[in-house]
Design a binder for this molecule. Sequence first.
Ligand code: GDP
Ligand code: IMO
Ligand code: MG
Length: 423
Amino acid sequence: MASTVILGMQWGDEGKGKIIDVLAEKADVVVRFQGGNNAGHTVEIGENKFVLHLIPSGILREDSKCIIGNGVVIDPIGLVNEIEELEDKNIKILDRLQISNRAHLVFKFHKLMDGLKENKLGGKMIGTTLRGIGPAYADKINRVGIRADELKDKVEFKEKFIFALDHYNSIFEANGTEKLDIDCEWKTIELAIDYIAPLVSDTVVSLNEAIEDDKTVLFEGAQGVWLDVDHGTYPFVTSSNTTIGGVCTGSGVAPKHISKVIGVVKAYTTRVGSGPFPTELSAEAGNSLREAGNEYGATTGRPRRCGWFDAVATKYACIVNGVDSLAITKLDVLDHLDVIKVCTGYKSKGNVSYSVPASIDQFEHIEPVFEDHLGWKSDTSTAQNWNDLPQNAQKYLSRLSELTNVKIDIVSVGPRRKQILFI
Ligand code: GDP
Ligand code: IMO
Ligand code: MG
């Protein structure tokens, strides 16, 4: 049995897609279990750049099967576009992708609702990806969502769709927003659902059969710990459990089948959207990391906020998820720096603490305690093993491992498949 979970330990965009793609070389099945097309997982292969939103990154390995689990919220139109874009690049999808019949669907009214809620929040907006993720999960929890299983009876599906659309239209009307046209929306969604309906099945069965048959399974997390609806910087979070528990609820696989948890972290930190970020750099200082790391959102293109590695938050994140080892990405982005800082403690009202506050107000007023590391000022992007790394880079990585109390198994030194070290 070899089921490995790959989770982001920061605020998303840690480079999970690249790590999954590398590990998927030996995987039979790759599974997404939460989130939706708010995710943007980038994989660079040769001159080709792929950005996966709903489809597991394992799709780029032709021998891997891919599953979109029940915990994911699926925008049918987004999914069809993604499938077509990949097929245009000669990636075969249709016989390799399964969608859980228990996954909830995201519609245009969810996206409009997402925007409406953000507008209402004004200066306190979350800075969502506007993909309708929050409203779709709200419908699920409120027990009024529409699941992929409903696609097997189009007459009933249409009735439910129109009922939901009517409900949202009444909200749009009350808020002075333009209503959606039922016929027009149905025409668009009908094409998409006809396309994806044949992919829908009970993935709990196929996934557990694969595990029983000793297949190698990878679980691909989206977002990161600090965007988890329970453990993250609430309310500046996404609407799913991005942490370890989400794997089981979002795929129908029991905890006893998980053999390893890999936490992915950047060698520094980024965040997109609003909310606390203790180690954030000022606009100018952050620019150097942003440009070196090309830190622009894979889904929305927004510039990512940049800052130093936060060992307090990462240690906590690793505890929450029982992380066995770390994959540290984007080490090469630090190559040009004279000094690299790491946050080792949180100072608040004169006291230094090593725990993470639940209160957003406290989180926002944390003063990070930094230690300085000398940069290595040389190119790491061609390193193939630990001994190829400059001594200061080795010291830096060893310190991150010591502070987080987790060993490092993987170091990534560039976006390409070969730019990786296994330790
Ligand atoms: P994900 O959402 O966690 O999959 O991460 P994203 O794809 O949103 O963002 C990570 C970005 O960094 C992508 O553009 C990757 O191609 C890129 N990347 C991944 N690993 C490395 C690395 O080690 N070095 C550099 N320079 N870029 C990397
Ligand atoms: P990957 O999988 C980074 C952020 C949004 C916003 C908050 C809520 O590529 O790491 P949502 O649309 O989910 O309601 O937005 O979560 N966010 C991400 N940030 N990477 C992601 O995914 C994200 N998915 C959502 O910017 O702050
Ligand atoms: Mg991303």
